[in-house]
Each structure stands twice: as C-alpha cells, then as structure tokens.
Write a protein that binds this ligand. Structure first.
Ligand code: SF4
Ligand code: MG
Length: 331
C-alpha cells in the first residue's frame, strides 16, 4: 500500500494568492500598478517568504496604496516619508524583508531628501518606485521625472522644468543596487525585484508604469512600440543585460573596478538612446549602515534591538546606559 504521508506533509507551495488581501483596489482600469503588485506578490511566493517576515511601506499617492493589497505587515505613512519609517524597521529588525513602494512624485519630489540620504546609509532594504511622470492621485501634475517640454493631457502647457534622473541620482547618492524595469514586462520585473530583495544593501528599482488616465504620452502602447533603427525593427524597451551589459562589481575592494563600473553605469544611464534599457545598471556589495555602526562603535549591540531585553518583569529598564551618557556628556 502506498504511503502518502510524504505527499501530505510536503510544505504547501506558495502562490501570489498567499500574499493578497481582500482589499479591492480603486486604481483605474489599465493602470500599471496592478502588474507591479502582482509581480511583487509572485516574487514573495517564489522566495517562499513567510508573510510575517515582510513589511510593506509606502508614502502617499496612487501606488502608495500597495501595502493595503499585500498580506504582510504594512504601513501607509505620510507623503514622501516612507523611507524614514522603513529605515527604523530595517535597523531594529534586520530579520524582516523591508519593501518600500511609492510613486515618482512621492519619492523623487516630496521625499527627495530622504531618497538621497537612504543611499548614503546603505540600509538593507528595497525601494520600488512606480514611475509614471505625473502625480496621479492629485490629477496628473508634472512629477520630477517628466521631461522638459513634455505635455501630457493633464497639463495646460508644456513642462517648463527639466527632469531628474533617478538612476543617476541613486548611484551618486550611494545606492548599492540600481535597476530599471517595466510594469508590463512581468518576467523581467519579477526577476529584477527578486534580485533587489536578495541584494544586501539599499536597492532601487525604478519601474516604468503607464498611467492611462493622466499620461497619454507614455502609454502601454507607446512602451510596446517597435522602432525602426538602421533598417531593422526593435522593441522600445530592451533587456540590456541580455545584450551583454554587466553592472555588477566583482571585487568591491578593487577601487579601479568600482570606479570603472560606476562610470560605465552612469554612462549607460545618461547616453541618449532611442530604445529604453532595462536591467541592473549598478550593483556592489558594500558595508551596510549596521555593519558600519558595529565596526565603528563597540557600544552598538550586535543584537537587533527587537531582540533586546530592555525591561524586567516589572517594567523596570534593564539596560545600563550610564557609559553612553557619560561619553556623550564629554563631547
Ligand atoms: Fe493608475 Fe494613473 Fe489611475 Fe493613479 S491616476 S490609479 S496612476 S491610472
Ligand atoms: Mg507618479
């Protein structure tokens, strides 16, 4: 008689449904946000991350509703303030996978200062920016990524401001993983998000995301167009790594290689191409914020703060901070 116990005891294979909530999204039909959330949920299932080991953060905007759809811990914070909140969690509980979602207006505009300083700290977390060139939730004003002179239907006149380049900004700020993907290229998007989550350090994935309601320039159809270049047809977006680009630093202790890869990444990002490259522009293993603290400050406990015993059964503090206070008072 066959023994089915092994089959019965086999761990359940997780699917993206295990990471979905019952919340019904109010995003517009055709919004690129749907594909991004589905990709993130599929990555969690693929990595078999327990729901309670993930925390989803967001700021304010259409895409910042994403944590409501995720069966994980979730915090919908203030406009542009997802990074300081999520940094706290990443530092206090390094056992959590901290994944921040938000829009280009939220992250590169309102939260631009936090965006930059997150790179300098190299905290171990993942930032997914849904980039559609507009502030969708407030009816399509120009966001920092809308290019000079562009006029989607939500603007009364062409954009008078030049755009920021988030990928170049991130590399300059110290992000140790910098990538671009596209909401409707599910396979590439999932692979890129997975690599970003697996990366140890501050990771940015800038995700091109069509907003059909307010941005009639960068639509799904526009991104999906074929371009004629030198007599041949090419898709507008392409996987640059499949064409030989490799942004990963092999030896982070070799300053020549680090500089060469950094220059190559910035050159690739800033070179004007008719096609839009997708993939990882830059990746390097560098000490994280916690590594640096532990190396430079012996007072820092090696134990994550969520595991520290800070009070006895009566609630009386058990930590002796007198040495720390004494050191502070002498400076
Ligand atoms: Fe999506 Fe744009 Fe609608 Fe917001 S306004 S839900 S970004 S399509
Ligand atoms: Mg936006």
């Amino acid at each position: 008689m066959a023994n089915n116990s092994a089959v019965q005891d086999a761990p359940k294979k997780l699917t993206m449904r295990d990471y979905k909530t019952d919340v019904v999204s109010d995003w517009c039909p055709g919004c690129g946000d749907f594909g991004i959330v589905a990709a993130v949920q599929s990555v969690y299932a693929d990595m078999a991350v327990p729901n309670h080991e993930i925390v989803s953060y967001s700021g304010v905007g259409c895409s910042s509703k994403s944590p409501h759809l995720m069966q994980t811990y979730g915090v919908h914070t203030l406009h542009g303030r997802s990074i300081p909140f999520s940094t706290g969690t990443a530092l206090c509980n390094p056992d959590m996978k901290v994944v921040v979602t938000g829009g280009d207006g939220d992250g590169y505009g309102i939260g631009a200062g936090h965006f930059m300083h997150a790179g300098r700290r190299n905290v171990d977390m993942t930032y997914l920016v849904y980039n559609n060139g507009v502030y969708g939730l407030t009816k399509g004003q120009a966001s920092p990524t809308l290019k000079l002179g562009e006029q989607p239907k939500s603007l009364p006149a062409p954009n008078p401001n030049a755009n920021v380049d988030p990928l170049a900004l991130a590399i300059s700020a110290g992000y140790t993983f910098v990538a671009r993907s596209y909401a409707y290229n599910r396979k590439h998007l999932q692979a890129t998000i997975k690599r970003a989550i697996e990366h140890r350090g501050m990771a940015l994935v800038d995700i091109l995301q069509p907003c059909p309601t307010y941005n009639n320039l960068h639509t799904k159809e526009w991104y999906g167009e074929e371009l004629e270049i030198d007599g041949s047809m090419f898709p507008r977006t392409y996987d640059m790594e499949a064409e030989g680009y490799n942004g990963m630093v092999q030896n982070p202790n070799d300053p020549d290689e680090v500089t060469a890869k950094e220059v190559a990444a910035l050159t690739k990002i800033r070179t004007k191409e008719e096609r839009i490259p997708l993939g990882v522009f830059w990746q390097v293993e560098m000490p994280t914020f916690m590594d640096r603290l532990e190396a430079g400050n012996p007072i820092m406990a090696k134990t994550p703060s969520y595991k520290m015993n800070i009070a006895d059964a009566d609630g009386k503090p058990t930590m002796d901070l007198s040495d720390t206070y004494a050191e502070l008072l002498t400076k």
